[in-house]
Design a protein around this ligand. Sequence first.
Ligand code: DLL
Length: 432
Amino acid sequence: MGNYYQKEIETMPQEQLRALQDQRLVAQVKHVWDNVPYYRKKMEEKGVTPADIQGVADLYKLPFLSKDDLREAYPYGLLAVPKKDCVRIHSTSGTTGKRVVAFYTQHDIDLWDDCCARAIVAAGGTSEDVCHIAYGFGLFTGGAGLNGGSHKVGCLTLPMSSGNTDRQLQFMEDLGSTILCCTPSYAAYLAESIHERGLQDRIHLKAGIFGAEAWSEDMRHDIENKLGIKAYDIYGLTETSGPGVAFECAEQTGMHINEDHFIAEIIDPDTGEVLPEGSKGELVFTAITKQAFPLLRYRTRDICVLTRKPCSCGRTHVKMSKPMGRSDDMLIIRGINVFPSQIETVLLQQGYTANYQIIVDRVNNSDTFEVLVEMNPEMFSDSLAKITAAEKELVSALKAMLGIAAKVKLVTPKSITRSEGKAVRVIDKRKI
Ligand code: DLL
């Protein structure tokens, strides 16, 4: 069965796993009740106390947490340990520009690294491998998470970060990278660059661990064929530590959720009702081992399906499908989370109206991102140079808010079609 990392836990019989979750959940609810007044108040409002939670079967009694709670409690309101016990912060964009901030103790980092190590091992990684990490390093969790996991597996780790394709390819060739970790769109771009430069014979990759954004089976096959590798999906979100909440094994029919650390539920996004296994709905996570930022019943807004069908790899942990969409309006463009409301905030701050349209497409496996903005009537007679300068200003303001570059086009007033119902702010042409 290959080289298993933490095999005992990953192949634990389901009843035993459930008992472990029961015990960890009870302790976690107490920890949160004792240390997070914000969540305690939510529990009190729902008339629930820790005594009501004896195990996973009682989970439904707890209140949900959402991105709005994170915004309300920003920055320290959900912290469950003294600040002095935290060693790291990661962050991602929030709904109106306020960032989501996640905190980690050293123990949290250690468990997170374990989760990422499992993903690397499931992709065939061993201490013989050279693990090339081209996810961004910094506030984004991708680089740090896979870096920690790679160390645990004992791979020779290359913390490349993203960008600078020439250097990526040079190191990949010179150092003999065997596992590539990055977003699927960057993997596709690297694959194309390798072909354009005729480097196929000098690259020795065998596997890729790609996630942080949606990617189709077609895209998987394209990357696999171009790079001569097996491409594995990996899932996670900043709020639950980062990548490694779930990962694919060689069967490639969904991602095993690390159930010793996270309890997964599927709910109806409209009513909040818990749905039976196999139903399509919103994924909700309860973190049962995290110390610093232990979110209970956190609504991910990702729509997917869970299955407990036995897997040929021997792992017993539940599998989630690839996310099939979102129950909110968040877009993921080149791996970055973008909310239309953030764009609106920038436009209003800069004196424009809220008449805009976001056009996203995928050309040559890379996302394009354009924002059409109606100019104000007084700008209509401005010179081309003045309009170009205004567009440039908007490009920088949007970049500062979103952390990603958009193409901005100022269009004539009233030229963006008005809708009779909800405004059509986003045209997403990507087929994923
Ligand atoms: O994207 C963490 C991550 C880094 C995952 C590297 C995998 C690899 P956030 O920036 O907080 O965290 O974005 C989380 O990204 O709710 C999903 O909507 C989406 N997402 C993450 N992984 C996948 C995936 C990281 N494999 C949000 N497929 C999540 C589709 C994904 N969507």
